[in-house]
Design a protein around this ligand. Structure first.
Ligand SMILES: NC(=O)c1ccc[n+]([C@@H]2O[C@H](COP(=O)([O-])OP(=O)(O)OC[C@H]3O[C@@H](n4cnc5c(N)ncnc54)[C@H](OP(=O)(O)O)[C@@H]3O)[C@@H](O)[C@H]2O)c1
Length: 262
């Protein structure tokens, strides 16, 4: 299926690995020119080179911290007029005890997972409205919709982000600019592999056993974690021409871990 976005320009913030990388790959496969930010230069440059080689698309690395003002300036200088904005970051730390969360933890989580995407949206929306075409996707977390103590740093900030995106999506929809969120559950990313690898080592089990136990405990209907590429394809779909009539939505991708009728 041709998603109708060949030749469009995209910024993907946090795109050197995990779901961000899978979003870059999916967009590049559609012929989108992609500007990718991340902080670790060698991994970022490698990811962009690999994706450019695989797809033939132009994929430009922008080494920058998107939670900082100077980083945002660098990213927007590389691509001042994106048609597409995709935002993600490393998941904020897990919090097994809400009482141990410090003010500094909150400040960091708010900067990276709430204020950064808001600042980016504010910077690019006027141009999208003027050109009468824009697509924004935030890769957030299922914990935004289904709170839990262990994901409270990640979930609370994304719940606020979802609230903001719904409000702003109503303002820009008439200009063919749509904003949506994806809410992933548990996926085999570097972050998850580290967390569950460490847990396995501490308990004398294996990564696979820990994933299976978590899947049982959290009643993941698919009885497994997802892959990061399960998310990238949906990013591309929400950035496509076909997404012109869907806005302010948050799609849960969690293998059936959560339950609600709609
Ligand atoms: N993995 C899961 O199971 C899971 C579950 C629920 C929700 N999520 C959500 O899904 C999203 C992606 O998670 P993931 O597991 O794919 O993450 P990941 O594998 O850790 O990848 C995060 C990406 O963002 C980049 N990044 C992080 N902070 C950045 C910053 N300040 N500026 C620029 N780039 C930055 C990282 O590169 P550098 O570190 O080099 O900057 C990397 O490319 C997050 O919003 C997370 O909360 C993930």
């Amino acid at each position: 299926m041709d998603l109708g976005i060949r030749g469009r320009k995209a910024i993907v913030n946090g795109g050197s690995t995990g779901m961000g990388r899978s979003a870059v790959l999916a967009l590049a496969r559609e012929g989108v020119e992609v500007f990718v930010s991340a902080r670790t230069e060698d991994r970022l440059v490698r990811a962009c080179r690999e994706i450019a080689e695989e797809t033939g698309a132009a994929v430009t690395p922008v080494c920058a911290d998107h939670s900082r003002e100077d980083g945002r300036e660098r990213i927007l200088a590389a691509c001042p007029d994106p048609d597409i904005l995709v935002g993600t970051c490393a998941p904020p730390p897990m919090t097994p005890d809400y009482r141990a969360i410090t003010r500094e933890d909150w400040r960091e989580a708010i900067e990276i997972s709430l204020l950064s995407p808001i600042e980016f949206m504010r910077s690019v929306l006027d141009g999208m409205v003027e050109r009468k075409w824009g697509r924004i996707v935030n890769i957030a977390t299922v914990a935004a919709k289904y709170p839990g103590e262990i994901r409270v740093l990640s979930g609370s900030t994304r719940a606020a982000l979802a609230n903001y995106t719904v409000a702003v999506s109503k303002v820009v929809a008439k200009h063919n600019v749509v904003i949506n969120n994806l809410l992933p559950g548990m996926h085999h990313s570097a972050f998850v592999e580290k967390q569950f690898g460490e847990r396995a080592q501490a308990k004398g089990t294996t990564y696979e056993q820990e994933v299976a136990e978590f899947s049982r405990e959290w009643r993941i209907a698919s009885e497994r974690f997802g892959d990061c590429d399960d998310v990238g394809a949906f990013v591309a779909m929400f950035c496509s021409e076909f997404a012109n009539y869907i806005t302010g939505q948050s799609l849960v991708i969690d293998g059936g871990a959560t339950t609600s009728t709609f």
